[in-house]
Ligand binder design. Structure first.
Ligand code: NI
Ligand code: MN
Length: 229
């Protein structure tokens, strides 16, 4: 199975051979990670919504590496106007790649860009990423919602990333319910302890997940990778 590398917050890199799929590339300003990793050479960049802690360095990284940004049409349009190569797709759509596919699924949140978050960027999304045999669900920023059950039924999830910090997204209590609906083999929690309002006791959460669900709770330090299976 390919490796899933975590850079803190909601930023992930799926990697195998020369392919690096970067998701929500928040490096600049990310308290979890001090600098852009030297071996970062994304071939594809997936962005769940326009907020700065998710769009992050996507535009600069796309331009520097010749990578294409996949996002909803409004957000892709914004990135494209700044010179990045883009592909706009929408919820329900599956985009195919030589290494697998990405299906855009709902997320309940908002999506905008600009210094005052005043530029409309379409709907936020989650993504089901199939990458060399791995099925990975990235929830983006979202609250708990009942149709996570459909995502779990339609996809045999090896790993799910869930935000757990509350305040802007679901909290630990709702994340437990989300795991019941999604039924992944493993979850990687994120979007916690980035700022004081997102404080979580992560070892208590891991213990609760592993007592109450069948999922393994994989707690990664920024820069660490997990290999499923
Ligand atoms: Ni957000
Ligand atoms: Mn966020």
């Amino acid at each position: 199975m390919p490796r899933i590398r975590f850079y803190g917050h909601a930023c992930f890199r799926l990697e195998q051979g020369d392919v690096q799929v970067l998701i929500d590339p928040f490096f600049t300003g990310n308290p979890h990670i001090k600098e852009i990793p030297a071996d970062l050479r994304p071939t594809n960049i997936l962005v769940t919504h326009g907020h700065g802690d998710h769009l992050g360095d996507a535009i600069e990284l796309a331009k520097a590496n010749g990578a294409t940004i996949l996002a909803t049409p409004e957000l892709a349009g914004y990135c494209g106007r700044q010179g990045a190569a883009v592909d706009g797709a929408h919820m329900g759509g599956t985009v195919r790649f030589p290494w697998g596919s990405v299906k855009l699924v709902p997320a309940f949140h908002s999506s905008s860009v600009g210094p005052n978050l005043d530029i409309y960027a379409g709907n936020p999304v989650g993504m089901v990423v199939r990458f060399h045999g791995l099925t990975f669900y990235h929830a983006g920023d979202t609250c708990l919602f009942g149709d996570m059950r459909l995502i779990g039924e339609g996809n045999d999830l090896d790993v799910a990333y869930l935000p757990i910090g509350g305040h802007y997204t679901m909290d630990t209590e709702d994340a437990l319910k989300a795991i019941e609906l999604l039924r992944p083999r493993a979850i990687i929690p994120g979007h916690y302890n980035t700022w004081p309002v997102l404080e979580v006791d992560i070892s208590a959460f891991k213990a609760r997940v592993e007592a109450a669900t069948r999922a393994k709770c994989v707690v990664l330090k920024p820069g660490e990778a997990y290999e499923a299976g």
